[in-house]
Structure formats: C-alpha cells, structure tokens
Design a protein. Sequence first.
Length: 94
Amino acid sequence: MHHLSLFVLAAALIAPAPKESPFACNLHALTITERARHFVVLGPLLRSMKTGVRELANGYEFRFPANARTIALLAEYIEPEHRCCPFFDVELRI
C-alpha cells in the first residue's frame, strides 16, 4: 500500500533573539479566514484521514493515503502552518 509521510520536527534553534520565545506561534501570521480554514476545516479533516502516527527521536511521522486529494490538502495545510509556527520543520514525503 502506498502512503504519504508528513514529518513534523522541532527545529534546532542556535541563538534565539533576546526576549523572544523561539517556540511561540505568530498569531498575526494568518488572517481570520485563513485561521478558520486551517484550524476548523483542514486540521480536523487531515486528522480524520491519517492512517498512522509514529514517534521519532526528534518529532512525529503522520501517515496518510497516497492520492492527489491528500497531497493537495497537506500542501494547503503546511504553508500556513509554517507561517504561524516557523520553529517546526515540516517535511512531506511521497
């Protein structure tokens, strides 16, 4: 069976800026419309589609069905997630 793997890895931070939390989400990165789509639509939809989760030494691997619709949804989810939480490294393997 073919599957997609989405890796979410905590990024190694070398020197965070003073008085700035390296693990804080940027709440202004998404518009209200983008935030609603990301958290209310895409997040629950992708969670319902995942076929497996595996804990790694430096993050998690989530498995999804390998089809065009899933790839498109993951790509749509990853871009705003990176804008909001740039301290995560997200890798999509097909």
